[in-house]
Design a protein around this ligand. Structure first.
Ligand SMILES: C[S@@+](CC[C@H](N)C(=O)[O-])C[C@H]1O[C@@H](n2cnc3c(N)ncnc32)[C@H](O)[C@@H]1O
Length: 264
């Protein structure tokens, strides 16, 4: 199995994808962060940060006396935001020793990361270990199999083509070890890890301009994989991107499940 992360952060589309993910999911993430009472002076670990928006939002809440550690296997899109509150570190959550600030973290958060990590059970164990007693783990992950279609309303040829390309994209993810039904397992995983006060909910974008931006950047990013693997032709991809660009299609994306629990 090829375990390399499919949506490589080195490609320029990664920045566009992070912007679209922020627009779609930051309000959900910070609704949870605020409900958990994350505030001044606290210490947070943002795992697989990707773009800058979540570390910056956390820093706004905990600074200037608290701290935010933003880690990723590729920190190209966050390294510029390091300051007195935010520290940025290249780190593989499943392989590298967990950072251990004295006393542990008040919040460890990972969004749309574990679904891509082949050894996700080990990653989760390390995140729990890094919490202080009373600290919160907030995990947010997609569950593409809850809504396998990009267009649940498959009303015409453009929608059918898009759904077929989406199946191809999922094949590529699965071949790299992604668990496409991972989101729904989060509450059980948190409980099994010994956390208490476990809750979960889901955010289900049906359509939004940010979904179209995300789809365009994602397809451009994996285009050569789809073609090399025989899952789509150049012509089909061009036709799909042209359809998305019209702004007339109700492009959606996979639901995101948020689950949180507290270390006793
Ligand atoms: C889909 S992006 C999500 C980015 C961001 N969390 C968000 O929600 O906008 C997944 C991120 O996880 C990172 N990643 C993948 N495998 C990782 C690993 N083993 N350890 C740390 N980060 C990882 C990727 O580099 C990428 O930045």
């Amino acid at each position: 199995m090829n375990r390399r992360y499919l949506l490589d952060n080195q490609q320029s589309e990664a920045g566009v994808r992070f912007g679209a993910l922020a627009e779609l999911f930051d309000p959900v993430t910070f609704r949870h962060v605020d409900r958990l009472g994350i505030g001044k002076g606290m210490r947070c670990w943002e795992v697989g940060a990707g773009g800058p928006s979540v570390p910056l939002g956390l820093a706004e809440r905990v600074g200037p006396t608290g701290s935010v550690l933003a880690t990723d296997i590729d920190v190209s899109w966050t390294q510029g935001i390091a300051d007195g509150v935010i520290e940025v570190l290249t780190h593989d959550v499943a392989a590298d020793p967990p950072p251990a600030p004295p006393g542990g973290f008040d919040l460890v958060h990972a969004r749309l990361v574990l679904v891509h990590v082949a050894d996700r059970a080990e990653a989760l164990r390390r995140m729990v270990q890094a919490l202080k007693p009373g600290g919160w783990l907030l995990l947010e992950d997609g569950d593409p199999m809850l809504l396998p279609l990009l267009f649940p309303d498959e009303s015409g040829p453009e929608q059918q083509l898009a759904n077929r390309l989406r199946t191809g994209f999922r094949t590529l993810m699965a071949e790299r070890g992604a668990d496409l039904a991972y989101g729904r397992t989060l509450p059980r995983a948190l409980r099994d890890a010994g956390l208490k006060e476990v809750h979960a909910d889901a955010y289900f974008p049906i359509t939004s301009p940010a979904c179209a931006v995300l789809e365009d950047a994602t397809v451009r990013q994996v285009r050569h994989h789809l073609i090399d693997r025989g899952l789509a032709t150049d012509e089909e991809i061009d036709r799909h991107l042209a359809g998305v660009a019209t702004g007339q299609l109700d492009v959606g994306t996979a639901p995101m499940i948020s689950a949180w629990g507290q270390r006793p």
